[in-house]
Design a protein around this ligand. Sequence first.
Ligand code: GLY
Length: 562
Amino acid sequence: MTPSCLWIVGLIGLLILANEPCVAGDNEKGMVATVHSLATMAGVEALQEGGNAIDAAVAAGLFLGVVDSHNSGMGGGCFMLIRLASGEIVALDGRETSPAKAHRDMYVRNGHAIPELSRTGPLAVAIPGQVAAFHEAIERYGKLPWKRHCLAAADVAEKGFAVTKNYESRLSSVRADLSKFAAARSIFMKEDGSTWQAGEQLSQPDLGQTLRALAREGPAWFYKGPFAQRTAEWMKENGGLITAADFSGYKVKHREPLQTKYRGYTILGFPPPSSGGVHVGQILNILESFDLKAMGQGSADFIHVVAEAMKLAFADRAFWLGDPDFAKVPRGLIDKAYATSLAQRIDLKKATNVRGHSTPPNASEDVFEKHTTHYSTADAEGNWVACTATINTTYGSKVVIPTTGVVLNNEMDDFSAEPGMPNAFGLVGGEANAVAPGKRPLSSMSPTILLRGGKPVLSVGAAGGPTIITQTLLTIIQIVDFGESVQTALAQPRFHQQWLPNELRIERSVPETVREELARRGHTLKVVDSLGACQAVGKLKDGPAFEGSHDPRVSDGAAGGL
Ligand code: GLY
């Protein structure tokens, strides 16, 4: 396939922006891949102005909070995995944190958790971490000033951007819930109560002012100043638990990155409270026992064995995973011998019934300390970033604190509100992920960087709840086992098995004969049109050029380089 790239010659110089996956071949100075062309352009402009991959990631991330605010923004959190040119690897945990007044049964009424309480409104909100994480990344590892990135995003918030078809449909899907909150209504709905349509211009002056205040005063304005105070007041008036002290106590955490090996590649993953790094590594470990290439790309044998490995890993996830500052998450989950023992439980001819979690070695002693978007950036100096950011489900809690323009997350739903009760993604969790004060909810976000011969060759990650883990995994397999390029790897058909519900979600593009064979082996298939949104930047071939791609399933996405 020949990619078609849209060339834009701007006053700032020459850059390449692709509305389709772009592998132009001369992207030697850097590359950015996001789900929105304006955010990709913002990242490329940061590179153009002398910034590095960290600047590009933060510039793109702040833009996404304006033009793609249903997925991520300052009201949410992120995990940022950075491989610096020096070889140092950094895992910045900007995950949201529960308020001090949160408690285990805060969603339980008459003996049962009420899902609506953890998904919409004041009790759904956890203390946002993105602003603190972005600021830490820029101050420590970026080259351009923090102010520059905030002001660039403020400009687009104030001038406005053209609503896309995708934005229109995400917005209209949550119209009823958004309309419950006055400030959200005033931004996202017109006077007649209808939501913005494709082609219309949406400007967000309050959000612009918030970004200008952040440019001027830094994160203190958000965590210790007017933003924290206004949020605390609104929460008090509306039955929320968050106080100004919760904001002032928020801290970005530097986590120890995970390192596993897969067929000669080093896989750098994000540790708990992400479950992504653990389970991408664990599933790859299990799959090393099988010759996937010989099974054939897209064959029933291939899909069967990968789905069975996914099922085993997700059963472990439901039991073991949680915030490592609160729960003991065994390191043995990524142990090679443990993976081999799990691989031996896979029957190549039929789907097995996995009754529950298994027990990794030294499970109690050797432990880890625990709708979304993903973007990847890289630069010629050798800095690489994989950043996954979220406010959880579409427009998060739907709460916008008046005058701020910031959509607050509903990340509290990523806790297990009641052990065994599924969350918005159908995921069940155990005690390790129960609500507690000051705790970070378990995440599936899986920003990942691959090294070959010690050199970074891929930055990848995805959006879409638990499918984040399996999309990231499948992209790695397509590249490592089947030799695909970044662009063709992302285009391959996807499937997902998360143990509970015990079903194999599979894209319709998988041929019917293959699906029939999987059903014959005992898989309960749920056929879907499209699964996920995965972005990646790579340097898979010899030579200086980067390749990058947004997920072809996401119409607004773009990869661009210079
Ligand atoms: N909110 C989705 C995740 O963190 O997994």
